[in-house]
Design a protein around this ligand. Structure first.
Ligand SMILES: Cc1cc2nc3c(=O)[nH]c(=O)nc-3n(C[C@H](O)[C@H](O)[C@H](O)COP(=O)(O)OP(=O)(O)OC[C@H]3O[C@@H](n4cnc5c(N)ncnc54)[C@H](O)[C@@H]3O)c2cc1C
Length: 331
């Protein structure tokens, strides 16, 4: 019995709150093994990651609690903008706030907006948010007197390896739990803090189910040896790191918060080229972690893009300018 629990895949985007291990290895492996990987178009972007160039994997998260506390989203010139988008202002749901920020950044040609808590009591702010205070202080921002520069970052993958209520995938003896799985629990738009269900409840269900059925399996299958042959030159290492950057750029520019048929097609074509190059390289060089992760990231990027192309509507986290909003989302 194999259990896939490789976490999220935010690393395929230029900026993410996820750790660097979030390269979607589980989804990519299962896809290559012809298992079902579903709902990959539903990528949740957290609206307010700290904007600090050079710190993009992971980007430091500025919690929603800060907006709950009274934080106001503003343009760098001080103008507030959420009133244009939702009557709940800065407290609107993540996808609406992320789209609003994305739009403002594009309209004004800026690389971040700001979160303002300078009107709040400084001592209260420090008491409620000691980590954010310290983190911002370390890069020269005093949040009691300065705006916090923020922008959206890839945060959570609602889709993944399709599993049933026991955590079983479409491949026999293969289970998946946690963020790499697609249980359907999050629908197309996850509510904050629900990921623990996917990790904890499904871990329990998968463990129990596999123990009940383990005696039915035949374990005489031969597992092929790991291919550890080949050589890696410095030049080839550069090819890998450069391609990883390209995946991030393609995904952020064309398969991000707001999508269109034209952008998705462009992403598809660029990823196709990277795929061909990387597969050729993979056959030639030593199978290092770097090249395996790159290969997986290209696969994951491809899955997100393809499933986004196939969804000809706006629904949940998938927003495209070419198709109208789903009736539910208009409410
Ligand atoms: C900043 C931040 C804040 C969050 N806040 C919340 C919150 O408040 N509430 C909430 O419910 N959720 C929250 N989430 C989401 C939640 O943390 C994740 O969805 C959850 O931790 C995923 O757990 P997991 O076990 O699936 O994956 P992970 O915890 O990421 O574990 C995956 C493991 O697999 C390993 N791995 C990956 N690939 C391979 C490989 N190829 N071979 C071997 N090992 C591999 C990794 O090293 C890692 O140890 C937050 C996420 C972030 C990034």
């Amino acid at each position: 019995v194999t259990l896939m629990c490789t976490g999220g895949c935010g690393a395929v985007y230029q900026t993410t709150t996820n750790p660097i291990i979030a390269t979607g290895d589980g989804e990519a492996m299962v896809y290559r093994a012809k298992g079902t990987v579903k709902d990959m178009e539903f990528v949740q972007f957290h609206p307010t990651a700290l904007y600090h160039p050079g710190e993009t994997h992971p980007a430091f998260l500025i919690t929603e609690a800060m907006r709950g506390y009274g934080g106001i989203l503003r343009l760098p010139n001080g103008e507030s903008f959420m009133e244009k988008y939702d009557k709940r202002l800065s407290l609107a749901p993540r996808d609406i706030v992320a789209r609003a920020i994305d739009k403002e950044m594009k309209i004004h040609g800026i690389d971040h907006v700001c979160l303002d808590v300078t009107h709040k009591n400084p001592e209260e702010t420090k008491k409620h948010f000691p980590n954010i205070y310290q983190k911002c202080k370390s890069i020269g921002i005093d949040i009691t007197t300065d705006y916090i520069p923020v922008r959206p970052a890839a945060h959570y993958m609602c889709g993944g390896i399709k599993v049933d209520l026991n955590g079983q995938s479409s491949i026999e003896r293969l289970y998946a739990i946690g963020e790499c799985s697609c249980t359907g629990l999050h629908g197309g738009n996850r509510l904050a803090s629900n990921s623990l269900i996917e990790a904890v409840v499904y871990a329990d269900a998968a463990a129990k189910h596999s123990l009940e059925h383990v005696d039915e399996y035949d374990f005489n299958d031969k597992v092929p040896e790991w291919n550890d042959e080949g050589t890696m030159t410095n030049e080839e290492k550069v090819l890998i790191t450069q391609s990883v950057k390209e995946v991030g750029e393609i995904m952020s520019n064309y398969v991000g918060i707001v999508r269109s048929d034209l952008r998705l097609k462009r992403a598809w074509d660029r990823l196709d080229l990277l795929y061909e190059e990387t597969e050729a390289l993979f056959k030639r060089v030593k199978a290092s972690r770097d090249i395996c992760e790159l290969r997986n990231m290209i696969n994951v990027g491809y899955l997100i893009t393809r499933q986004a192309i196939e969804r000809k509507e706006c629904r949940g986290l998938h927003y495209t300018t070419d198709y109208p909003l789903h009736a539910y989302d208009k409410k």
